[in-house]
Ligand binder design. Structure first.
Ligand code: GH3
Ligand code: MG
Ligand code: MG
Length: 520
């Protein structure tokens, strides 16, 4: 064996060992690398097989041995470029579907089979013999049409990988460039070398590619160790994607669901991986039930509140944004961010309720009365429509508290509020004004009509005592009424003041009666 051949074999073996170490390294740390590790491991394994089989082929002394090791090389070699492309695709965040993977592996498998059966058809190599001038293990080949298919496919894979990396380089921060440059070099080196081999500028009878695959692996290794190539970007993306508590769903340009995160899975138990690839209008009812209208994803950005009744009523905030590679490029898909706002909404409702309703009687409080009454009062003034207020106060309520206890007093307050609520008509506003005093605003009613209503209420309160702890408590109340006058300056407060004076007159007059302001 001449010394040049020994050097070749040593270099190719080193290349094979480097790929073996790299395969083992990534395999042992695969949990760190997420789903991109698989393609990477398969790619380096393919290169490793290629290198070792080539090293063995360089020890061949017969044509049969050369042929055998050539076929062995093909168990790895044709697969390395498409697996490299699949690795780049997953590294850059593209989804690898079963079909994409299978499509890329068809031609390599065809190359392997046609090389193995070349003796029958000679379509892969027109000639494959021992190089007469150099002797074994150097070969002499004349390529056939199927070899050209294999070569072209290999270059398409290389060029596609380089193209994708270059595109990404344009869009990423310069701190990520060393990773991408390392990957570009790792592809350029074998591509350049095989090109030189094909145009015949490398030493005859020798395939130089396995030797340089070691360098290419070294670049990737350096990138992994120095810039944590495999880990940092995709893992960070995956971690962020899955750590978001909100549901995140990604749709492609044709509005088919392509990915969703763990947050989404825990929000909707009907969601499962079999729905991936389904269009939005099929997925939407599984998430939110049939009644919520399906949004249009092509609209720029939108925010919706969606009420779902399945299985229990829940309220979601759904934010939809277009996905674009850069601000000016067209939409590539959409992302939907779903937040369960049921608790927030309930809390908001509770707070609103606390702010506007009296805790004991659950009727409007004083603030709600003024908030709601100001507008009706103003429109009554403006449109010259009758407007009457009634203030009423439970008589000798202190005695109820003193005789039966504070809790019994509370029961009386609740009873009186409910009686009044039951008699309310449209255009009447009723609120607890404070203590044992209540207020009514009657839109479109005169003082006389108010008097009729108040008299009816007074009689009901008097006629319906309250049963507390087995004892009947008799309750009466006094009413003061005031109607809006022609005076354009009169305020709601002044009107209430007049009603209060009327109420005071009713108390002075002996209680359990109704008084109209200025008429008692
Ligand atoms: P009058 O006929 O003149 O209205 O006599 P009164 O005893 O009803 O009037 P007064 O204003 O002297 O007493 C009102 C009482 O109402 C005093 C207060 O302790 C009681 N009160 C106020 N708010 C509540 C409440 O939420 N629950 C109970 N149980 N009592 C209350
Ligand atoms: Mg009172
Ligand atoms: Mg009072």
């Amino acid at each position: 064996m001449d010394s040049q051949l020994t050097v070749y074999i040593t270099l190719v073996t080193i290349s094979g060992v480097l790929n073996l170490l790299l395969t083992l390294y990534v395999y042992m740390n695969r949990s760190l690398y997420g789903n991109i590790a698989t393609m990477f491991i398969l790619g380096t394994m393919a290169k490793m097989i290629y290198c070792f089989a080539y090293a063995f082929s360089l020890t061949s002394s017969t044509l049969e041995q050369l042929r055998f090791w050539s076929v062995m090389q093909y168990v790895g070699m044709p697969y390395a470029p498409p697996l490299g492309l699949l690795f780049i695709l997953s590294y850059l965040g593209y989804r690898l579907t079963k079909w994409r993977i299978a499509a890329l592996l068809v031609i390599p498998t065809f190359s392997l089979l046609s090389n193995a059966t070349n003796g029958w058809h000679h379509l892969y190599y027109k000639t494959y013999t021992i190089n007469e001038a150099l002797g074994p293990p150097y070969n002499y080949i004349e390529v056939g049409p199927l070899y050209i298919v294999h070569g072209a496919f290999t270059f398409v894979c290389f060029i596609s990988s380089l193209f994708l990396l270059a595109l990404r380089m344009k869009d990423t921060d310069s701190s990520n460039h060393p990773q991408l440059i390392a990957l570009i070099l790792a592809h350029l080196i074998p591509m350049g070398t095989s090109f030189s081999y094909l145009i015949g500028i490398t030493p005859p009878g020798i395939d130089p590619v396995p030797m340089v695959l070691g360098f290419s692996s070294l670049f990737i290794w350096w990138a992994i160790v120095s810039s944590r190539l495999l880990t940092i970007v995709p893992i960070a993306k995956e971690t962020i994607f899955n750590s978001i508590k909100d549901g995140v769903i990604v749709f492609d340009i044709r509005n088919r669901m392509v990915e969703y995160n763990h947050g989404c899975q825990s929000m909707f138990n009907k969601l499962d991986r079999s729905l991936l690839g389904q269009p939005l209008d099929k997925v939407w009812p599984d998430l939110f039930g049939g009644s919520a209208p399906v949004p249009d994803l092509s609209v720029e950005s939108q925010e919706l509140e969606v009420v779902s009744n399945e299985p229990n009523e829940r309220i979601y905030q759904v934010r939809i944004s277009p996905l674009k590679r850069s601000a000016n490029s067209p939409r590539d898909g959409s992302v939907m961010i779903i937040t369960d706002i049921t608790e927030l909404k309930r809390m908001q409702l509770r707070l609103e309720h606390h702010a506007y309703y009296d805790e004991l009687t659950d009727v409007f409080n004083r603030r709600a009365f003024f908030d709601r009454c100001e507008d009706t009062f103003a429109s009554a003034v403006q449109q010259n429509i009758p407007f009457t207020v009634i203030l009423f106060d439970i008589d000798e309520f202190k005695k109820v508290n003193d005789t039966h206890g504070h809790a019994a007093g509370d029961r009386v307050l609740i009873h009186v509020s409910q009686l009044c609520k039951a008699n309310l008509a449209d255009n009447m506003l009723f609120a607890r004004y404070g203590g044992e005093e209540f207020v009514l605003a009657l839109f479109g009613k005169t003082a006389e009509e108010g008097e009729t209503f108040a008299e009816h209420l007074r009689q009901q309160i008097e006629a319906q005592p309250v049963m507390v702890d087995g004892q009947w408590i008799n309750v009466t109340s006094s009413f003061g009424i005031a109607e809006l006058t022609d005076n354009p300056e009169e305020s709601l407060m002044q009107l209430l003041h007049s009603a209060d004076e009327a109420l005071y007159a009713a108390k002075r007059g002996g209680r359990n009666r109704v008084c109209i302001y200025g008429k008692c």
